[in-house]
Write a protein that binds this ligand. Structure first.
Ligand code: SF4
Length: 351
């Protein structure tokens, strides 16, 4: 029997393209949902044929804008996953959402169909900044959706972007204070990065300098009530995103849908996989171990040291740089100073 796999389903549609977005998604007013659902189900059935009736601990609908999906599409896909795999009774089932594409009623229907975690793309509580980013909603829409989700008793996360042109550390502290006031148990705060193939990539933007960005990053940790558990993610104990934690920790996951990627473990071999049947090829144990170091070191609990990771880790370097990395039980993790130079650190840690 093959191991348990987490499942990621990509929903590639958005109302309009945000100006900073380099994700695989397209603005599409009226997607062909029947065609979409059938192609996702075709992939689910394919993986069930090759992996067997494996356990599924988490299912994550990411985008794009999954909350654009009519609930019947979600239900059809979930039914097919349940029919083909053994979904754990306490499985975490997340959908990403954008304010303006889902109201209280639709949220209730998603929850009745199985959703137990909502990730909301808030990005900012400032209407001018939302307009600047090309978002379709205002701050009030976001607050209303957060309130509705919290009231429903499901787990709620909100995404924010900081480091916009003109942003100050005080702006970041204001976001943290509002997150604390709302009492969010999970949030992600991402630094705005300018990607070439985006609307922002074609503009001359005066971004905050590196020192200011570093100050903002430190201010987040000092002002949020919930601790950092990954470079850009914060959660109260027990409220971490289980799907992402499993993926970062090197557990297998199936990526389904045209913009998805997965790492499948079948008959003791790792496979690199792209959704939509675009790629499925074996990868070496060393290549997989390097990926585990990269994602694991981004988490505060660190990467698990077993025979695969020990083989590619430079443990001598780790032992002689205790200011940047620490051993804790069977894990190796970055210290607060190590996190600030993580890319360099990882490069030196891998033999
Ligand atoms: S809603 Fe998300 S995926 Fe869609 S364009 Fe905006 S940032 Fe990209």
């Amino acid at each position: 029997m093959n191991k348990a796999h987490n499942i990621y389903i990509h929903v590639p549609f958005c109302v309009q393209k945000c100006k900073y977005c380099a994700f695989f998604s397209r603005a599409c007013g009226t997607p062909n949902w029947d065609e979409y659902a059938n192609s996702i189900i075709g992939e689910v059935e394919h993986f069930s044929r090759i992996l067997g009736r494996i356990q599924v601990p988490t299912i994550f609908f990411g985008g794009g804008t999954p909350s654009l999906m009519p609930v019947w599409v979600f239900t059809k896909i979930i039914d097919s996953i349940r029919k083909n795999f053994e979904v754990n009774t306490n499985a975490e089932i997340t959908i990403e959402s954008n304010p303006g594409t889902i109201d209280e009623n639709k949220l209730g229907e998603f929850c009745a169909a199985g959703v137990n975690r909502l990730s909301i793309g808030v990005q900012s509580f400032d209407d001018d900044k939302l307009k600047f980013l090309g978002r379709i909603h205002n701050a009030n829409d976001a607050r209303t959706l957060i309130d509705a989700a919290i009231k429903r008793g499901i787990r709620v996360s909100a995404d924010f972007i900081y480091g916009l042109p003109g942003d100050t550390t005080k702006d970041v502290i204001d976001i943290c204070n509002e997150i604390n006031k709302i009492g969010l148990t999970h949030c992600s705060l991402y630094e705005l990065t300018i990607e070439p193939d985006t609307a922002f990539g074609k503009m001359e933007l005066a971004m905050p300098d590196n020192d200011t960005m570093a100050e903002m990053y430190i201010a987040i940790e000092n002002n949020l009530n919930i601790p950092r558990y990954e470079v850009s993610n914060y959660a109260a104990a027990g409220y971490e995103c289980r799907h992402n934690q499993n993926v970062w920790d090197g557990e297998p996951y199936i990526g389904i849908g045209i913009g998805a990627a997965g790492r499948v473990f079948m008959d003791n071999v790792w496979y690199e996989e792209l959704g939509g049947g675009k790629m499925f090829q074996p990868m070496s144990d060393d290549a997989r171990a390097i990926e585990r170091v990269i994602t694991g070191m981004r988490t505060m609990r660190g990467v698990r040291m077993d025979s695969a990771t020990k083989k590619i880790l430079n443990l001598e370097f780790a032992k002689s740089h205790t200011d940047m990395v620490m051993f804790s039980g069977d894990r190796l993790h970055a210290t607060k100073s190590g996190i600030l130079v993580l890319d360099d650190l990882i490069e030196k840690l891998v033999k």
